[in-house]
Design a protein around this ligand. Structure first.
Ligand code: NOJ
Length: 506
């Protein structure tokens, strides 16, 4: 794997929704393996798989029944090994979701823990003799009565009991699981719910007496980071919606999703000047290692971009490019590259987790609508715009969203400065935002200048800080004229309405 795989663009994949290889209506690992050429062609260098381990919930996978085996709906360990092998052959790294905070209530560890107060595994989970009062976690009382007395803590649902991560054996167990997958060849992890690992009390995020964002979480994740760092060329990224910046490069995880940014990116793309300023400030001040995204599998993070943009093609494309050209590690959610909408018949999370729209082969009469996802009806309703926004239709259209994503991703991956450079010289003025990405290798500095105009009218960016009289060689839009900086390193760049421009600074 090239060392730069983790600086390219990642796709978040919901295996259940991606591609069914055996005709049972459920996506699986061989189906994903068959789709790797598509992902490679898109320019993706990493994939994040939502949990692929054996799960209780038979849906999104975050209730892990067995950390060391593959969900039977998805295939076998051999299928997983083959996915890794084929992904690596294509220069694509595979990052798997790891749920460290809680297991499924059907996990053998919890069944033991729940079996009796004297069971060896009792304190692998969080128990109290009597359910404490006064707790409210995500709108619910998180204490549930056990089978043999006592009450256990479960931040998310009754069926997802929290591990006791103050216990060394529990931490060691997770380290062993991580090593098992690393030794099998996975390229890293997305760690679920790292703001919820250790609780001190019922008081929200108050350090030392709260249930969220407690200092002890960093102790756990520092240990995990050391395990991952024992292997070469791996990547880890953490999920902490409440306090993402606490898990950036300088802290325990080294990388975390940029929750809070995604809405601003979409509003910036709509031309909202306050959002444009916030986006510019974010990329200027955020710690290194943040991972940006526009939407994901959770409805709390936002709707699919198609629904947020209301089908507005210009807004969609500007939001996408803003995500893809920054100094963050950009993630796209599967189907984002074809403008997949949510399912009109569904609400909440399922609306976002539909079968991938590979084609438009509706077979309405038999109520079978596999859309290239399966040979029979899929496990869930299709995306609302499957007839127009599908892979087959867009592959045949040079101006399609799919081809646009390919071109912007290729632009990023063709320039070391766009892949891994720092973020410099950011400005935001009205609807115009500009920044440079710069990387120094040996004696050479590669610079790229990016200018967005999110407004409905043409605008001129006043850029400074460039090398004296630098030539600005046009990279985007392809074929447009270049420009030049004056002796003081300033340039006026005209940018048409709702578009962006990229230059190599030479
Ligand atoms: C965050 C995940 O993204 C979400 O889908 C899941 O339900 C919770 N963590 C609990 O695992």
């Amino acid at each position: 794997m090239p060392a730069t795989w983790k600086n390219g663009v990642f796709a978040e994949i919901y295996v259940r929704g991606y591609k069914d290889s055996n005709g049972d209506g459920i996506g699986d690992l061989p189906g994903l393996t068959q789709s790797l050429d598509y992902l490679k062609d898109l320019g993706i260098t990493g994939i994040w798989l939502m949990p692929v381990t054996q799960s209780l919930d038979r849906d999104h996978g975050y209730a892990v029944a067995n950390y060391r085996s593959i969900e039977s709906d998805y295939g076998t360990l051999a299928d997983f090994d083959e996915l890794l092998r084929q992904a690596h052959l294509r220069g694509i790294g595979v990052v798997i979701d790891y749920v460290i905070n809680h297991s499924a209530s059907s996990n053998a560890l919890f069944l033991n823990s729940d079996n009796s107060p004297s069971n060896t595994y009792r304190d692998w989970y969080v128990w109290q003799n009597n359910a404490p009062s006064g707790w409210n976690v995500f709108g619910s009382n998180p204490w549930y009565l056990g089978n043999a007395g006592g009450a256990y803590f479960a931040a998310f649902t009754r069926t997802m009991p929290d591990f006791n991560l103050r216990k060394a054996e529990v931490v060691a167990y997770h380290h062993d699981n991580l090593r098992l997958w690393l030794n099998r060849g996975v390229d890293g992890f997305r760690f679920d719910a790292v703001g919820n690992l250790v609780e001190n009390g019922p008081n929200g995020s108050t350090p030392g007496s709260g249930w969220e964002s407690q200092p002890e979480n960093h102790v756990v994740m520092n240990g995990v980071r050391q395990v991952v760092a024992g292997y070469t060329n791996r990547y880890m990224v953490c999920e902490s919606p409440a306090a993402p910046l606490l898990f950036g490069a300088a802290n325990s995880c080294g990388s975390a999703f940029a929750f809070g940014l995604q809405g601003d990116v979409v509003n910036a793309a709509r031309g909202n000047t306050a959002a444009i300023s916030r986006v510019s400030a974010y990329f200027t001040a955020a710690p290194a290692g943040m991972a940006s995204f526009i939407s994901n599998h959770d409805s709390f993070a936002g709707d699919r971009l198609w629904d947020q943009a209301g089908g507005d093609n210009a807004v969609y494309r500007l939001a996408a490019a803003t995500n893809l050209l920054q100094g963050t590690t950009p993630f796209i959610y599967y189907g984002e590259e074809i403008g997949m909408a949510g399912a009109s018949s569904l609400t909440g999370d399922p609306r976002l987790r539909t079968p991938m729209s590979w084609s438009s082969n509706n077979i309405a009469s038999s109520n079978v609508d596999p859309a290239g996802f399966s040979t029979r009806a899929g496990f869930r309703a299709n995306s609302a715009n499957v007839a127009s926004n599908n892979v087959v239709a867009q592959q045949g259209n040079a101006n399609s969203l799919l081809n646009y994503y390919k071109q912007v991703i290729a632009l990023r991956t063709s320039r070391p400065s766009l892949m891994q450079g720092n973020h410099a010289g950011a400005t935001a003025s009205g609807t115009v935002m500009s920044f440079r990405r710069e990387v120094t290798t040996g004696a050479t500095t590669e610079r790229t200048l990016v200018v967005f105009n999110y407004g409905a009218a043409a605008a001129t960016a006043n850029v400074s800080g460039l090398p004296s009289s630098a030539a600005l060689r046009r990279l985007w839009p392809v074929g447009a004229a270049g420009a030049a900086a004056d002796a003081s390193g300033a340039a006026l760049i005209g940018v048409p309405a709702q578009s962006f421009a990229v230059f190599a600074v030479e």
